[in-house]
Design a protein around this ligand. Structure first.
Ligand SMILES: *[C@@H]1O[C@H](CO)[C@@H](O)[C@H](O)[C@H]1NC(C)=O
Ligand SMILES: *[C@@H]1O[C@H](CO)[C@@H](O)[C@H](O)[C@H]1NC(C)=O
Ligand SMILES: *[C@@H]1O[C@H](CO)[C@@H](O)[C@H](O)[C@H]1NC(C)=O
Length: 619
């Protein structure tokens, strides 16, 4: 269906397509071709009986290239065949001791280590659903995440034992079986798994365990943090796994490429686009426990890495490292990710050489993706007619103050003009499904927006503000919540941040809006980290800010922190900082205030603070 629709669309719409996007015709055509190829494959796999899953793709590689390195981890090398056998052992240990049967959900609380991958493969072989817990969460959050996936079994890395012991009484009440990846356990409520794996046979598991699985079955839960509230468990189906897997192929990843994965495996970037994409291609993965600026290029050099992944601030962290003669001594040719800012992107290329940066757009639970395939710096993709026909999406007018889409008198939304910023919404259809969040009807409903253009239609609310320019390039503008309104104007935090980091003394900046008594909207505040050995240079900051930003966008307050807090995917945390505001009574960090008259930032004093709080001073 998918393919036929697409093909028909191609024939019917070719002439307008040619006219509309002539300068990029071949690039667009090539992209569409790749896209359709994936569509054809997805449609073929969806019909194949028995269902052909990503695991089957892996097993095919095991047969074809048993000796090829699959995982390189801290100087250990595991071939495809070894990985297969290890995962058979894990699967057998779990089946024999935890009594798992197909369709059961198992929570996985492991860091980036080979055990994670053996477990992932093992659960796939057993036809089970893997619930991938973020290994940074603790206590209430951990229990919340565990509970919302409905698992009865929890698998824990040895080094996370204490985190689990903290919540063990509650787990025991719920009859949860807890297994730890070590050979022994000194806690009677935690069972050792290592010894059981060692004793288990490495014979393949019967295919029949997966008989009930199809394209629409759940494969995993991945938790999305969002900007507020507790994490939500996004339902990841086998359809979704395949769709994410194809990204690498679309970007021209070849079987001799080597990918470096240091992003957390409990997120979709690391696991779906990284690991599963690599499995689809049959390539070698260099796995690292975590992202480290000091290790990054060493690892790339040592293992002849050709592909890297980035999220959020990663490229800038790399640009912030001291320059070295060996900056370009690597073979990295492609960087796949999202969240790179335009200035960083340019600096990164300038410094580390000719690397194809492929900025992609998509959300774990989202139902559309964009890829920058043309080389326009800063763009996340292009608006292509057929793509838009297949995945009807739209940028609609959004009121950032009331934080809701603008509706006309008849209650419908309005698409923005080219060049204007709007909220991305994507029609929920069979080929663009939204599978929602586990046991969270409210949040699932919240992500859907109804009656957008006509009564009864349902769209996925991406929560992202995008812009399409007159050449049809798509640009990411902001995440909702990453914009605030002050003096009747919208301020994009990312824009202010990109100005602050131009200042010589500032290493990192996180900008957010804070409430001020007696004022509407929020005024800008920045939390900054200074460069090693640099002093806060108030004059310099003021000059730069005043030069680049309109008065309403200039941060009124600056807070100096030793480090900028980020989420598991290296996105900056804003909500907490915003709540703390500029409260002198609770904040222990140095605070500065923008003094308009003095034309500089001055240290925050008690009298300034009182004047603002008592509404005597107007900002
Ligand atoms: C826990 O397991 C025991 C023994 O199998 C059973 O009697 C009890 O009802 C279970 N409790 C819950 C909350 O499921
Ligand atoms: C990396 O490539 C070089 C040159 O082809 C080769 O000599 C070296 O052995 C390779 N290193 C690894 C770890 O494969
Ligand atoms: C994305 O844009 C960058 C901009 O320089 C370019 O280098 C890269 O090739 C583009 N990505 C793809 C997949 O073409």
């Amino acid at each position: 269906m998918y393919a036929i629709c697409a093909l028909l669309a191609l024939l019917v719409f070719l002439p307008p397509l040619l006219r509309h996007s002539f300068p990029y015709f071949w690039q667009d055509a090539n992209y569409l071709f790749q896209y359709l190829r994936c569509g054809v494959r997805i449609s073929r796999y969806s019909k194949k009986k028995p269902f052909y899953s990503v695991l089957d793709g892996f097993l095919e590689h095991v047969k074809k290239q048993p000796e090829k390195p699959f995982i390189i981890f801290e100087d250990q090398v595991f071939s495809y065949q070894e990985a297969d056998r290890h995962s058979n052992k894990v699967a057998r240990a779990l089946r024999n001791h935890a009594g798992l049967s197909p369709g059961d959900c198992v929570a996985v609380f492991l860091g980036n280590e080979p055990n994670f991958l053996w477990t992932w493969l093992a659960l796939a072989k057993l036809g089970c659903i893997a619930s991938l817990l973020n290994y940074n969460i603790r206590a209430k959050s951990l229990l919340h995440c565990f509970t919302c996936c409905g698992a009865n079994v929890l698998l824990v890395a040895a080094e996370l034992k204490s985190a689990v012991e903290e919540v063990l009484p509650t787990l025991r009440e719920k009859n949860v079986s807890v297994y730890i990846f070590s050979d022994t356990s000194d806690n009677k409520d935690i069972q050792s798994l290592g010894d059981k794996i060692n004793q288990a046979s490495d014979e393949p598991l019967p295919q029949s365990l997966r008989d009930s699985i199809n394209f629409h079955s759940k494969a995993a839960y991945i938790y999305t943090s969002g900007t507020t509230g507790l994490p939500k468990a996004a339902v990841i189906t086998h359809h979704r796994l395949w769709a994410a897997c194809f990204l690498q192929g679309m970007l021209g990843v070849k079987s001799n490429d080597i990918i470096y994965i240091n992003l957390p495996l409990y997120h979709s970037a690391g696991l779906l686009m990284g690991v599963l994409g690599a499995i689809e291609r049959g390539i070698t993965i260099v796995l690292s426990r975590k992202f480290s600026t000091s290790q990054f290029w060493n690892d790339c050099q040592k293992h002849n890495v050709t592909i890297i992944q980035y999220v959020g601030e990663v490229l800038r962290y790399l640009c912030n490292t001291p320059k070295s003669d060996s900056d370009r001594h690597h073979r990295v040719r492609l960087a796949i990710g999202n969240g790179a800012r335009m200035d960083t992107w340019k600096e990164f290329l300038h410094r580390f050489g000719d690397i194809q940066v492929c900025e992609c757009y998509g959300a774990t639970e989202g139902n559309v993706g964009f890829v920058n395939y043309t080389g326009r710096v800063g763009a996340i993709g292009r608006e292509v007619f057929i793509h838009k026909k297949l995945f009807p999406y739209s940028l609609i007018k959004y009121d950032t103050e009331r934080e809701e889409p603008v509706r006309n008198s008849r209650g419908f939304c309005k698409e923005v003009e080219k060049g204007e910023t709007g909220l991305l919404v994507i029609k929920i259809t069979k080929i663009a499904p939204f599978t929602g969040y586990a046991k969270n009807r409210e949040q699932t409903e919240k992500k859907q927006i109804r009656d957008v253009f006509k009564k009864g239609d349902v769209y996925f609310n991406s929560g992202d503000l995008l812009k399409v320019d007159h050449d049809n390039f798509i640009y990411f503008q902001d995440r909702i919540g990453d914009t605030f309104r002050w003096k009747g104007e919208n301020v994009a935090t990312s824009e202010v941040e990109s100005i602050l980091i131009l200042v010589d003394c500032i290493a990192e900046a996180n900008v957010y809006g804070v409430l001020v008594p007696g004022h509407e909207g929020r005024t800008g505040m920045a939390s900054v980290k200074l460069k090693e050995g640099k002093q806060f240079n108030a004059g310099d900051i003021f000059t730069t800010v005043a030069h680049h930003l309109p008065t309403y966008a200039r941060p009124r307050f600056i807070r100096i922190q030793n480090s900028i807090e980020v989420t598991g995917t290296l996105k900056q945390l804003k909500v907490k900082l915003s709540k703390e505001g500029f409260n002198m009574d609770t904040i222990r960090n140095p605070l500065y205030f923008l003094d308009d008259k003095a034309k500089t930032y001055v240290p925050m004093t008690r009298s300034i603070y009182e004047a603002i709080i008592s509404k005597q001073m107007r900002l």
